[in-house]
Design a binder for this molecule. Structure first.
Ligand SMILES: [Fe+2]
Length: 394
């Protein structure tokens, strides 16, 4: 991302930098790709290595739903159970080796600090407001925010509202903005639908110098392990670099439109290993005199398409509601619902917001997804009277 600096740092990296009492600050290189990728340098008051207790925690539970059939799914995620805190309350709905997609409606507070030791996180705030307090500083969040948290970041997520809803993405590979949006030197290029001004970075003060007993719960290798420290984990007097959590709001995405229907890559917002994240935002429709604004049916043989419906009337779908997830697996075509293709002609624009996640390897559904499944969805492309016939035959 963009270079950022908070707090106090020494002029030269890897040189003596002393606390007021004369002791050395403890430098830490924070990177996610060996020593060659983006990184930040952090200066701790205490050695970040000094734990006094390592404690075994729960296993991460992801139970696969073996349905034994290839079909389209509609998950009524609006009905997902409320409860838990912003981390332990998360329920994974779809997953493969590259990504885990889930949701949470937290009602409880975190009384520990969390560190995802194996996944970058992208948290889309659908309902609720609050802040994420991280080792890099504070990020205030609200409706429509995509919060990016690089793996290894220690944080606590605090909601200040009662009704909260988050779409969660845990990513095996690093999440970033698409390369084609950047110049060779890493600046956002003129053709990008957003730029540096739209990226919200952590704010200070960063330094918490407090003693006590602090739990950092680490997720790694399918389980949680708690590391306990006698100093507050945000004992960082300053840092600088390119790797840190940041926020981009879906309403800051500037849609790219054309005379005829534009393909989904124009909506791309993030890129990761073997999947992409796109934002569908309010926009003017295509302006060719004979244009058809609704998408053509398409056979996504090479990817699974997941759509999360955020707000507005989604132009190509019938029967989905806010917070619904549809999954159109590779191998079978999908397209606009009856009436939506013809019906889109002459429409001037849309007020829809949706998040799309396209994975290049097939997704599995979980037993949590089964609870939200709308079984009739595969037949939703039939006219109503045909649907009744199918139901009568079953
Ligand atoms: Fe599609």
């Amino acid at each position: 991302m963009i270079y950022h600096q908070l707090g106090k740092i020494p002029h030269k990296r890897h040189t003596q930098f002393r606390r007021p009492d004369g002791e050395l600050y403890q430098e830490q290189l924070f990177g996610a790709e060996g020593f060659h990728g983006s990184s930040s340098l952090l200066y701790h008051h205490n050695p970040p290595t000094r734990t006094f207790k390592v404690e075994k925690g729960e296993e991460v539970k992801i139970e696969k739903w073996d349905e034994g059939v290839l079909r389209h799914h509609h998950l009524r995620t609006a009905n997902i159970e409320e409860g838990g805190d912003p981390v332990m309350g998360r329920k994974v709905l779809l997953f493969n080796n590259d990504v885990q997609i889930g949701a949470v409606r937290p009602t409880e507070e975190m009384d520990y600090f969390y560190k995802n030791g194996e996944h970058d996180e992208l948290l889309f705030i659908h309902e609720g407001e609050g802040y994420v307090q991280t080792m890099f500083g504070k990020l205030d969040f609200g409706y429509g925010d995509y919060i990016f948290i690089p793996r290894g970041t220690i944080y606590q997520m605090v909601f200040e509202t009662e009704k909260n809803r988050v779409l969660t993405v845990d990513s095996t590979g690093p999440i970033d903005v698409p390369n084609r949006y950047l110049t060779e030197k890493g600046q956002f290029a003129e053709n990008s639908p957003f730029c540096e001004r739209d990226i919200r970075r952590p704010e200070g003060p960063v330094f918490v110098n407090r003693e006590g007993e602090f739990e950092v719960r680490i997720k790694k290798q399918g389980r949680y392990t708690s590391y306990w420290y006698e100093h507050h984990p945000f004992d960082i007097v300053g840092w600088d670099g390119y790797l840190y959590p940041w926020i981009f709001n879906i309403k800051d995405f500037e849609p790219i439109t054309g005379r005829v229907h534009q393909p989904p890559p124009v909506h791309q917002t993030f890129e990761a290993a073997n999947y992409v994240v796109c934002s569908f935002c309010p926009r003017k429709y295509d302006y060719h005199p004979k244009s058809i604004p609704a998408p053509y049916a398409h056979s996504n043989v090479d990817s699974d398409e997941v759509l999360y419906y955020v707000e507005g009337d989604f132009m190509s779908r019938k029967g989905v509601e806010t917070a619904s997830i549809t999954q159109h697996p590779g191998g079978i075509p999908h397209g606009p619902h009856p009436g939506k293709y013809e019906g889109s002609i002459g429409k001037e624009g849309t007020d829809e917001y949706a998040v799309m996640i396209d994975t290049f390897h097939p997704l599995h559904l979980t037993m949590e997804a089964k609870k939200l499944d709308d079984e009739s969805y595969p037949y939703s492309w039939l006219e109503d009277e045909e649907k009744e016939k199918v139901e009568a035959e079953e």
